[in-house]
Design a protein around this ligand. Structure first.
Ligand code: GLU
Length: 409
């Protein structure tokens, strides 16, 4: 059972296309990225040797605006993965109603093996290799897995040098003092929590009685956990890539993260017992939040999922096979292109601020983010009823329609 994310993205498009009655020509156009760039670029390592790295930038569709989407630094990066992720960005921007298309990039690298100076040289060298295909009105990258605001700042600096002018709007997710937006770091998690609140209204979930298990504690999982806990939701489990913490009475997320910061891992944290990531996914909870990597809920474990609701904060955490099993079992999964669209939405706000030379307060940012997330959720929920289908297909129908309407045919 090897699920190719690109294959999944095509299957998801095909099921939405049936509802919209799209022609084969349109489906074929939307199945593939409009352009994919592969670069092999040299980086000077600290030992004086030059190493060649492989990077990609996939530009899926720009009918609704410049390509938009993150850059991932990971050994798991493949052409197929960035192609899928770029398509998901096209749908995500359409769901949120922000004027961008979809793009995604990455470099095949384990950042843990690099010194900080090597990481900076690699980030700059990647931008040098792709700078002619990106730009504020062309393609606007951002952070994704294992890339940070600091990396974005190096990249903007490199791009600005190459084009000969200060160009902060070429990349979003920058540090606040380097053209970034207030609220961007927590935006994806915050957007997911707005979705959780909407879902709670529909499903009559009272925060204090609602148990939530979160897979992942990176930027997305961490902020989701902390912000949901602040609202009173019971975070009974949270994990990193090696293990999960579980306490049926609730894990103190901040204390657990502090422990990890001090000791390097969750091991030895006394406020919870240790379980595996696989066990976390199968916990008997109200809401399951996969906030790490692709394909974690698949045909092997979908039958064992006990949560009634899933909020997909990772990109592509549920495979199409698992989707079928979940909907047969009446488990509602709020799709990634809706649940995690808060990040790219605040990226849009950052881009707007850069273009207009403005600085918005965090309150302004959150006041603009919330209605976008609420509307996206309400529209998709209503479409689920209207089309008599699952939440993912309903969301895709709305998104694909917006993109097709914008295409010059
Ligand atoms: N990497 C994030 C995502 O997958 C954010 C992309 C962006 O801000 O452009 O949605």
């Amino acid at each position: 059972m090897i699920t190719d994310p690109f294959q999944s993205s095509i299957e998801q498009l095909e099921s939405a296309a049936k509802f919209l009655g799209l022609s084969r020509e349109i489906i074929d156009q939307l199945s593939q990225p409009q352009r994919i760039v592969k670069v092999n670029f040299p980086v000077l390592m600290d030992d004086g040797n030059i190493k060649i790295f492989v990077g990609f930038r996939s530009q899926h569709n720009n009918a609704r605006g410049p390509y938009k989407g993150g850059l991932r630094f990971s050994l798991q990066v493949t052409e197929s993965e960035v192609k899928a992720l770029s398509a998901w960005m096209t749908w995500k921007c359409a769901v949120a109603g922000i004027p961008f298309g979809g793009g995604k990039g990455g470099v095949v690298v384990d950042t843990k093996q690099l010194s900080i100076t090597e990481l900076e040289r690699l980030s700059r060298a990647y931008i040098k290799a792709i700078y002619d295909v990106i730009g504020p009105n062309k393609d606007v990258p951002a952070p994704d897995m294992y890339t940070t605001p600091e990396i974005m700042a190096w990249m903007v600096d490199e791009y600005s040098k190459l084009v000969g002018e200060y160009t902060p709007a070429v990349i979003t997710g920058k540090p606040i003092d380097k053209g970034g937006s207030e609220g961007r770091t927590e935006a994806t998690g915050q957007g997911g929590v707005y979705v959780l609140e909407q879902l709670s209204q529909k499903a009559n979930l009272v925060p204090q009685n609602t148990s939530v298990a979160i897979q992942g504690s990176g930027n997305v999982g961490y902020y989701f956990a902390v912000l949901a806990q602040q609202l009173g939701y019971k975070i009974v489990a949270i994990s990193d890539s090696t293990l999960a913490l579980y306490n049926p009475d609730g894990v103190d997320v901040n204390a657990a993260m502090e422990h990890k910061k001090q000791s390097g891992s969750f091991v030895g944290f006394t406020g919870a017992s240790q379980i595996t990531n696989d066990q976390l996914l199968e916990l008997n909870v109200d809401v399951l939040v996969p906030a790490a990597v692709e394909n974690v809920i698949n045909e092997v474990n979908a039958g064992n999922i006990k949560a009634k609701y899933i909020i997909e904060m990772a990109n592509g955490p549920v495979t199409p096979e698992a989707d079928k099993i979940l909907s047969q079992r009446n488990i509602i999964s709020i799709p990634d292109i809706l649940s995690n669209s808060g990040g790219v939405t605040v990226s849009y706000f950052e881009w707007q601020q850069n273009k207009d030379n403005q600085k918005w307060t965090k309150e302004e940012v959150l006041n603009k983010l919330k209605p976008i997330m609420v509307n996206a959720f309400e529209e998709a929920w209503a479409a689920m009823g209207k089309y008599g289908t699952d939440m993912r297909t309903a969301t895709y129908v709305l998104a694909v329609k917006k993109v097709v309407d914008a295409m010059i045919k």
